[in-house]
Ligand binder design. Structure first.
Ligand code: C6P
Length: 423
């Protein structure tokens, strides 16, 4: 007979056969132990932000209690230590994306800032009146508004690739929109409102046949699948640390070195310079040219630890397990009368948006909350998606690898309560 500690460390099999020890993983996330409104917390708002493992919390605490100092500046022990840990985190981010060097790995506040950086630095330098930027109908506002601002500044035009009723891109329309006026394509790897996984490699190849660079918004992809920027051959890739089990206020912009070299700084200030005189300023080398001011040091360090944690869990196993959760949740929710899933693409990540006839999504969210279940209800910062599907909002459950089949079943059961209350 096996001892209890041996049994505990054995990987448990999930219900469809993917081997994944979710019970053990849940022990790494202290927040999941709490009760909300007297019920065990069921956290299904992972597309908004993921919870943090103890290792990340410890790293942030360690930084402020033992390492806190400004980086790249000091000659003293603490500054050198903090610089080493922070730059170590950059190396982890570089390897995570398989970027060819840390010069291509820029720390930003998150996906939003990364896209704004490219729009204002690359866009204002290389786009002009009459040029076109292609985005898609499923973008988050962060991948729409920065381009609209740029269009107003330089006189360029935004072109939008439409989607079908399953929430898949119409690639023939994309092909039709690409032409010699196209100067940039910017597309979500995974839609936050629909869950659709876009064929970004194909999108990039098509754009490159017109010599057009492509930015990929990886906010919802990086936490769920292996991203290899060299394999994708994307020109820019952005993601947020807080959706990847890391801290808020930190993210990564990957850019091909030649493009980043050709781009002017986004902001001016300390650390992004090599020499300042009143006559002329020389900028720092990459990646520091794009990192003005004291950065989010604790955030960078926390993100590095989150990347380590994710690689210990194994992105591939986690992704396969999340697919099981998604399939189970989709089947169970679809069995509910008058419930419609919004976003039924063949390739999806673990996002499940739905509407229930006659009940506003905010009311669904409120009833579920009373049951201890956290989902998001609203337009998910993707208003054009809501317009496309003719709904004001959706309820959205989004899964992480620490969620369980029981979490999904709790959601489905609580939907009975919603129906009971609203009829
Ligand atoms: N989506 C959601 O609940 P920031 O806020 O910069 O970390 O990420 C912005 C962003 C950009 N692109 C996509 C595809 C996203 O999903 C998000 C953030 C969250 O869906 C908050 S609105």
């Amino acid at each position: 007979m096996k001892a209890l500690h041996e049994l505990r460390s054995m990987p448990s099999r999930s219900w469809l056969g993917v081997s994944f020890d979710v019970a053990k993983i849940r022990q790494d996330f202290p927040i999941l132990e709490q009760r909300v409104h007297g019920k065990p917390l069921v956290y299904l708002d992972n597309a908004a932000t993921t919870q943090k493992p103890q290792a990340v919390i410890d790293a942030i605490q360690r930084y402020y209690s033992q390492e806190n100092s400004n980086i790249h500046r000091g000659v003293h022990f603490l500054s050198e230590r903090a610089t080493e840990v922070y730059e170590g985190a950059r190396l982890k981010a570089q390897r995570f994306l398989n970027a060819s060097s840390t010069r291509e790995t820029i720390f930003v506040r998150g996906t939003t800032e990364g896209i704004n950086l490219v729009a204002q630095s690359y866009g204002r330098t290389f786009l002009k009146d009459g040029d076109e930027i292609i985005i898609t109908a499923m973008e988050h506002h962060s991948n729409i508004v920065p381009w609209q601002i740029l269009c107003e500044q330089v006189g360029a035009r935004l072109q939008v690739v439409p989607i079908n009723h399953d929430g898949e891109l119409l690639l023939d329309e994309y092909r039709r929109l690409l032409n010699e006026r196209t100067k940039l394509v910017s597309v979500a790897h995974v839609s936050n409102a629909l869950g659709t996984i876009n064929p970004v490699k194909q999108i990039i190849e098509m754009a490159h046949s017109y010599n057009v660079p492509v930015l990929v918004d990886g906010a919802q992809a990086a936490p769920h699948m292996k991203v290899d920027v060299q394999e994708l051959d994307c020109d820019f890739y952005v993601f947020s640390g807080h959706k990847l089990y890391g801290p808020t206020g930190i993210g990564v912009l990957y850019g091909k070195e030649a493009l980043l070299e050709a781009m002017p700084p986004y902001q001016g200030g300390g650390d992004m310079i090599s020499l300042v005189t009143f006559e002329k300023t020389h900028y720092n080398i990459l990646p520091f040219k794009f990192e003005a001011g004291t950065p989010h040091i604790a955030g960078g360090i926390g993100l590095g630890v989150a990347i380590d944690y994710l690689s210990r869990v194994g992105l591939e196993a986690a992704g396969a397990y999340e697919q099981e959760l998604l399939a189970h949740a989709t089947r169970s929710l679809c069995a509910i009368d008058r419930l419609r899933v919004i976003g039924t693409a063949k390739q999806k990540a673990s996002v499940l948006s739905f509407v229930l006839e006659g009940v506003h999504p905010h009311d669904i969210g409120t009833i579920l909350d009373r049951e201890g279940i956290a989902i998001r209800a609203g337009h998910h910062c993707a208003m054009p998606v809501m317009q496309r599907f003719g709904v004001p909002a959706t309820a959205r459950a989004s899964f992480a690898f620490y969620n369980t089949k029981e979490d999904v079943d709790a959601l489905v059961q609580a939907m009975d309560k919603v129906i009971e209350v609203f009829g």
